[in-house]
Design a protein around this ligand. Structure first.
Ligand code: 5AD
Ligand code: SF4
Length: 482
């Protein structure tokens, strides 16, 4: 198989067709006229980032993105397997595509991502209108796969793992925003009993620190990037195989001139080192928000989940982080209704929410995933109890958030504006603070475009989910004011 991290140079050559005036890309024996790709992404930030990478590769094959499925020459799905809900949505949408194929025989359809990694062969067999499937570790070979399909290779599925010693890539971005996701580690070695990720994303592999630093420097210098989010399934494990660490990487990135904000996600509490906690106190550009998934507040549930820490250990981390960085804001993920979760175990999670004082949480009902350890557990917990517990927990947490956020009223917050919003029919702008809180504000002048401006906003109202305020200062697109 071709080098997967670094896609094999397949030698695309572009020329302009004199008859049509259009750009044509020649590859092997095939010609690629301008074509349209429609893509649907499910799942996490990792998947959205992969999709962006795929689209960027496809540009080299003369594909441009369309939002109209009906106009597409190529339809791609990037799938998620983490819970049944994302799965179900994907299968129903894939089924629908057969109508598009009926209308346009030349349409090519591909499925990538986590579901394709484990189920690719079955999918291609089962869905007549599906041309190919590709796993999570071959996305950098997307053009080879699309080429194969146009070359008439029939139906196929590729889910090879990248076996090269290094994980080496360059970040590709297609959007014009000053925010970029940068992959630093892929895969996961943890095997939490409920989680499908190690099966869909493979073993941990980190990029070298020097490569990431160079990559980010380039993004800042040539693409105007001001905010980076370091991405991986367990970024706290970053660099272990190369004797490097996330702390070291952050301190290096902190020195890059023109970079304003560094975020990282997602973390495993077991691997949060004292050194990293210290970095939260001393790295000037590191976000004052940390997402630290705890999953449950019950010692026995955490044991059944094979999480390798106790609620006490987790709360200890929160205390240490707050000591190192008093302004830090924490958020988490909770799974409700793990197999045989008792009422007492559930109550322990509510207790943890009280103690940890999270700024927000993502919460999910447990969803058994085929092939994981927990899916084999005999489970007697009824689904309606799971649903009730989720609703109760969400309401409980909103109460915590409301109290926690009330004192934000009157504060001035710096915000990077990322879009418009409408509140009660009034057009506003919205953005995020350093600590990842959403802030809405009314423009000074209605016609003024604030997109990607840094602004200071005085908060006039703080609810459990967002803040509203008045703009007090507009710095423009760069904090330095260039
Ligand atoms: N069921 C429900 N939620 C899950 N998550 C991961 N696996 C499952 C599962 N089988 C949640 C975890 C994780 C987040 C990304 O998804 O809370 O942190
Ligand atoms: Fe879903 Fe996990 Fe795959 Fe992300 S890595 S798409 S959350 S299964």
């Amino acid at each position: 198989m071709a080098g997967l991290g670094q896609r094999r140079q397949t030698g695309e050559v572009a020329y302009v067709d004199e008859a049509t005036g259009e750009k044509v890309v020649k590859l092997g024996g095939l010609e690629f006229p301008p074509r349209k790709v429609w893509m649907k992404t499910f799942g996490c930030q990792m998947n959205y980032h992969d999709s962006e990478r795929i689209l960027s590769h496809l540009k080299d094959l003369n594909f441009s993105k369309t939002d109209e499925k009906e106009n597409a020459d190529l339809i791609l799905f990037n799938t998620c397997a983490i819970r049944d809900l994302a799965n179900t949505k994907f299968y129903s949408q894939l089924g629908e595509i057969k109508h598009n194929k009926k209308k346009n025989e030349k349409l090519v359809v591909g499925v990538g991502g986590c579901v394709a990694q484990t189920e690719g062969k079955t999918l291609v067999k089962k869905y007549k209108h599906l041309d190919f499937a590709f796993g999570t570790d071959v996305i950098d070979s997307i053009n080879d796969l699309v080429y194969r399909s146009y070359a008439g290779d029939g139906k196929f599925s590729v889910n090879a793992w990248d076996r090269s010693a290094d994980f080496s890539i360059q970040t590709k971005i297609t959007h014009g925003s000053p925010q970029a996701f940068v992959n630093i580690i892929k895969g996961c070695n943890k095997y939490c009993s409920y989680c499908i990720v190690p099966y869909t994303r493979g073993k941990e592999r980190s990029r070298k620190c020097a490569e990431v630093v160079e990559d980010v420097k380039k993004l800042v210098k040539h693409q105007g990037i001001q905010e980076v989010t370091l991405l991986g399934q367990n970024v706290n494990s970053y660099g272990k195989e190369n004797n490097e660490s996330l702390s070291q990487l952050i301190m290096e990135l902190d020195k890059i001139e023109g970079l304003e904000l560094i975020r990282y996600t997602t973390s495993h509490p077991y691997d949060v080192s004292d050194e990293l906690i210290e970095v939260h106190g001393k790295a000037k550009k590191l976000s004052k928000h940390l997402h630290l998934p705890v999953q449950s507040g019950s010692k026995s549930v955490l044991e059944r989940m094979l999480r390798e820490y106790t609620p006490e250990h987790f709360l200890g981390l929160c205390r240490k982080l707050r000591k190192a960085q008093p302004e830090i804001v924490l958020s988490t993920d909770i799974i409700v209704g793990f197999p045989n979760e008792t009422e007492e175990e559930f109550q322990d999670t509510l207790k943890l929410l009280d103690e940890a004082q999270f700024d927000f949480i993502y919460s999910y009902v447990y969803s058994p995933r085929k092939g994981t350890k927990s899916a084999k557990m005999a489970d007697t917990l009824p689904d309606d109890v799971r649903g009730e517990r989720l609703r109760y927990l969400q309401k409980y947490q909103l109460g915590i958030q409301e109290k926690l956020r009330a004192p934000l009223k009157g504060q001035i917050m710096r915000v990077l504006v990322d879009g418009q919003s409408h509140q009660k029919g009034i057009q506003k702008w919205k953005g995020r603070t350093n600590c990842n809180r959403i802030v809405h504000f009314s423009p000074d002048k209605l016609e003024k475009n604030y997109l990607w401006h840094w602004v200071d906003v005085e908060i006039t109202r703080a609810t459990s989910l967002s803040c509203v305020g008045d703009i007090v200062q507009d710095y423009g697109r760069r904090l330095g004011g260039e």
